[in-house]
Ligand binder design. Structure first.
Ligand code: PBG
Length: 343
């Protein structure tokens, strides 16, 4: 054995970590406002800002308030928002017919947003859960089973109504088989060849969605039921790749993994396998955890939020849907390199 080997480590990775300048030089990933998509809850009425109890800092906004927020968001250079409607109980039904009402809440919101802020990308959610009296993402049979092809037919009508209203991107979050192909064909045949599809390809049956279901009011409708017959099992990774392959084959422009932080291994595998625009959703439960720990003084909220979003970038996400988008974009305005993580 060489006489120095015990006295000196052969490599000293710590040399590069010694000073801020070399840490900064070797930093591999960067979080910017252009990586963010803001999910927002839109409700009926005027001047409504209704807090969501399980998501402190998140409000259900009526359209006038949403327009104000969207303007601020666009000024912060966030590329897009994703709309989620809060539908009053009397508009929910077993056949979810409100979902494709051309004057429905989503359709009206899209038209108003596109008129006021043509540059801001508008992403709409294609799924029936806000509109069904039973809270499932699709139509059900007598046993409560979610029917695939019958649901796809309704999703197509919903997606077309969004495209007609001017949505830039339709985002099916329902996990029915074959819905991407059906929606793509319908868009082509109806004069919307440029409407993008962001497919929630690997959407897991996650308990991290709890606060979202409170926010849109589907938790009560769902009762004790679950979504295990269509959303993916958290135990599976290979299956996510099969789902992504199908959605791409059927015409998806972008794919998504959801939830985010507990599923970053899936984001990495999807990105490495397909090399397509890949998104991840930091879902309501992830927001709630960070917010709760931050409010209790158990974590530094700003630093941990920035760190978690940087982790999405490192995993390979091209963009992140996060309820923190507005806050983060404002922080990045003051601190464009997100260096407050390291202060
Ligand atoms: C349903 C939908 C869900 C979310 C987005 N779209 C919840 C569900 O599948 O029950 C969850 C988002 C979040 O938790 O932030 N189509």
């Amino acid at each position: 054995m060489d006489k120095y080997s015990l006295r000196y480590p052969s490599h000293r990775p710590r040399r590069m970590r010694r000073d801020a300048f070399s840490r900064r030089l070797m930093r591999e990933h960067l979080l910017t406002a252009a990586d963010l998509i803001w999910p927002v809850f839109v409700c009926e009425g005027e001047s409504v800002r209704e807090p969501v109890p399980s998501m402190p800092g998140v409000e259900r906004l009526s359209l006038d308030q949403l327009l104000r927020e969207a303007e601020a968001l666009a000024a912060l250079k966030v590329p897009a928002i994703a709309l989620f409607p809060v539908v009053p109980a009397e508009k929910k039904s077993d056949d979810a017919r409100e979902a494709w009402n051309p004057d429905g809440l989503v359709q009206r919101s899209v038209r108003a947003l596109k008129r006021a802020l043509p540059e801001l990308g508008i992403i709409t959610d294609v799924a029936l859960d806000p509109f069904t009296s039973h809270g499932q993402d699709g139509l059900i049979d007598a046993s409560g089973y979610v029917l695939n092809d019958e649901t796809v037919a309704v999703l197509v009508r919903q997606a077309l109504s969004h495209a007609e209203a001017g949505a830039d991107v339709v985002a099916p979050s329902d996990m029915m088989d074959g819905r991407i192909g059906a929606i793509r064909t319908a868009l082509e045949e109806n004069g919307f060849p440029l409407t993008r599809i962001l497919a929630y390809s690997a959407k897991y049956a996650s308990h991290f969605y709890g606060p979202f279901r409170d926010a849109v009011g589907s938790a009560a409708n769902l009762g004790g039921a679950n979504k295990f017959t269509y959303q993916m099992d958290p135990a599976n990774g290979d299956e996510a790749l099969r789902e992504v392959a199908l959605d791409l084959e059927e015409g998806a422009d972008m794919v998504m993994v959801k939830p985010g932080l507990p599923y970053l291994d899936v984001v990495r595998r999807v990105k490495e396998t397909f090399r397509v625009p890949t998104f991840a959703y930091q879902v309501s439960g992830e927001y709630a955890m960070l917010k709760a720990a931050g409010r209790n003084g158990w974590l530094d909220e700003r630093k941990t939020v920035l760190e978690s979003l940087l982790a999405f970038k490192r995993a390979g996400a091209d963009g992140i849907l996060t309820y923190y988008a507005r806050d983060v974009a404002a922080w990045l305005r003051e601190d464009p390199l997100a260096e407050s993580i390291w202060e």
